[in-house]
Write a protein that binds this ligand. Structure first.
Ligand code: FRU
Length: 453
């Protein structure tokens, strides 16, 4: 039976209908921002992966284009998995993982395929270009995916997630002169990941950072409880050795629901999947599952990855906060600027018994979605997760700016470049906002999203 979408976020990307996961092929081409994404248009569950496609002029209003890639071709019989895009000779090229299931397990093949387009809408497939023949024997061709391509000094370079047959996740570097013929360069870290497998490596040479995700990785104290996680390392690839010269590392986001962040080609901005593996998705009943985060400008400051949301918005309301205040907002951006902030309590999407609570206490931000609305249950069994809690360090700076990007089903929280992203499923009429702040001075601003009709 065909599914229909009966509700949607106001400005976050979802599939036109059905399931989506990772953002793919983020790029600026012929005057538009293009975002592709892992997509199963036939169901609200993961399945045969297509590449869905949206474009935008302003990175806030996105418009659907026809599905760009569908499985069933040479090398991608059972799925067109994640990948990236590059402009070359005026054309838009997609490098992605073709998935062939065979008999499952180690007989699966995940090999890298190429497709090209002259109009940015219709794609011609070229089949496998990075196959088993160029993958060194010690890595498993059953877990070899998510190519991220870029150009450096006239050579195409590509990072691909892999698994050592006798070990765990690795990130491999390949190079090519023409996008068709590739050779292996090196294993950029040269050590196994903490998680059982790495996914979605991403490299931004301008800012100097590498991103990747790990599946089933161990807890790292209370600050990092997601079983599947996104990490970054600051540094640069040494093209003479193919090794990554690392200066520092950290996690990309402190919230419940973000995975597979990818950087736009030619721009230091990322989008991530605003959802998480191994959790129920309450929006399935509305005919969709999975969203993308808003784009975020990324910079490296003091060897730390800093993110700032990119949202077209206009000022709608502002006031000084003398101790406490209330407002009504479901979709928009809320900015709280405070000097000498000692304590803060921000209740969002308040309605009836429901609210989502962000507090500042003991030098950390504590996000609590335990009574947000519909329950989201995952595989993590620690007490914070069971109580709907995630934590993010507080900058402790004299002047603090807290930004919350709010949409129907998500809250993206930013302070001093750190981000904390989570889904929430409150009743549609839960609009209340209540702020209590203990600070030298505090100012509240609300912005409306500039949505095109
Ligand atoms: C990450 C991921 C990728 C893969 C894709 C399949 O979320 O598992 O490694 O290419 O999703 O949909």
């Amino acid at each position: 039976m065909a599914i229909t979408k009966t509700k949607a976020p106001a400005f976050h990307v979802t599939g036109e209908v059905g399931w989506i996961n990772d953002p793919n092929g983020l790029i600026y081409y012929k005057g538009k921002y293009h975002a592709f994404f892992q997509h199963n248009p036939a169901d609200t569950k993961w399945g045969p992966m297509h590449w869905g496609h949206v474009v935008s002029d302003d990175m806030t209003n996105w418009e659907y284009l026809p599905i760009a890639l569908a499985p069933g071709g040479d090398g991608d019989k059972n799925g067109c998995f994640s990948g990236s895009a590059i402009v070359h000779d005026g054309k838009l090229w997609l490098l992605y993982t073709g998935f062939t299931e065979n008999e499952g397990g180690e007989s699966i093949r995940q090999l890298q395929c190429l497709a090209e387009s002259s109009d940015g809408i219709n794609f011609k497939k070229h089949g496998i270009v990075i196959g088993e023949d160029v993958l060194p024997d010690e890595y498993a061709p059953a877990d070899f995916r998510d190519p991220k391509v870029w150009l450096h000094d006239g050579i195409f370079w590509c990072l691909i997630a892999a698994r050592r047959k006798e070990g765990r996740g690795r990130i491999l570097l390949f190079k090519s002169k023409d996008l068709f013929k590739w050779e292996f360069v090196n294993d950029v870290f040269g050590v196994d990941s903490a998680g059982i497998m790495i996914e979605c490596p991403d490299y931004n040479e301008d800012e100097g950072y590498l991103l990747w995700c790990e599946q089933f990785q161990p807890n790292e104290g209370k600050i990092h409880l997601n079983v599947h996680t996104c990490r970054y390392a600051v540094g640069r690839i040494d093209y003479s050795t193919g090794l990554f010269c690392e200066e520092s590392r950290g996690i990309v986001d402190y919230g419940f629901d973000i995975y597979a962040p990818q950087t736009f080609a030619y721009k230091s901005a990322v989008m991530g999947w605003l959802n998480m593996w191994d959790r129920n998705v309450p929006s399935e009943k509305y005919g969709f599952a999975g969203m993308l985060t808003v784009p975020r400008k990324v910079s490296i400051e003091d060897k730390r990855l800093c993110q700032e949301p990119i949202v077209s918005c206009e000022s709608a309301y502002s006031c000084d906060v003398k101790g406490s205040m209330t407002d009504r907002v479901k979709v928009g951006v809320v900015v709280i600027k405070a000097t000498e902030l000692r304590e803060l309590g921000l209740k969002m999407r308040v309605g009836g018994e429901n609210y989502t609570y962000l507090t500042l206490s003991d030098g950390e931000w504590v996000f609590d979605r335990s009574v947000s609305g519909e329950a989201i249950v995952g595989v993590e069994k620690d007490s914070d997760t069971l109580n709907g809690i995630r934590r993010m360090p507080f900058s402790g700076k004299k002047d603090v700016t807290l930004t919350v990007v709010m949409d129907e089903f998500s809250l993206e929280i930013f302070e001093d470049g750190r981000a904390m992203t989570s889904t929430v499923y409150p009743p549609a009429d839960a609009l209340g906002l209540e702020l209590v702040a203990d600070a030298e001075s505090c100012h509240y601003e609300r912005y409306d999203i500039q949505l095109k009709a």
